[in-house]
Design a protein around this ligand. Structure first.
Ligand SMILES: [Zn+2]
Length: 87
């Protein structure tokens, strides 16, 4: 599964732009439940970041895209969960 950004997308509204990869206009919007893991062995000691965004999916090539909320984005930047003393 490839997860990339969409050119000019408006995920919070109902309007989606064309697919960034193939330019197709036919795409759908779904509710997502995504666990983001850090890579490699070092990732085993880092938090798993859960996000529940709307996900835009291209029906032609399968490209999917979503936004990571600010709080979860900070966890991905730092590798630490500020709300969890174990993270
Ligand atoms: Zn596409």
């Amino acid at each position: 599964m490839t997860i990339l950004s969409w050119r000019g997308h408006r995920m919070r509204g109902e309007q989606l732009s064309s697919c960034e990869r193939c330019g197709a206009e036919r795409r759908g919007k779904f509710n997502g439940e995504i666990a983001i893991h850090f890579t490699g062995l070092a990732g085993l000691n880092k938090p798993i970041v859960w996000v529940f965004p709307p996900v835009a999916v291209c029906f032609h090539c399968g490209l999917a895209g979503f936004e990571v909320p600010a709080e979860e984005l900070e966890v991905l930047k730092t590798g630490q969960n500020g709300n969890d003393p174990c993270g």
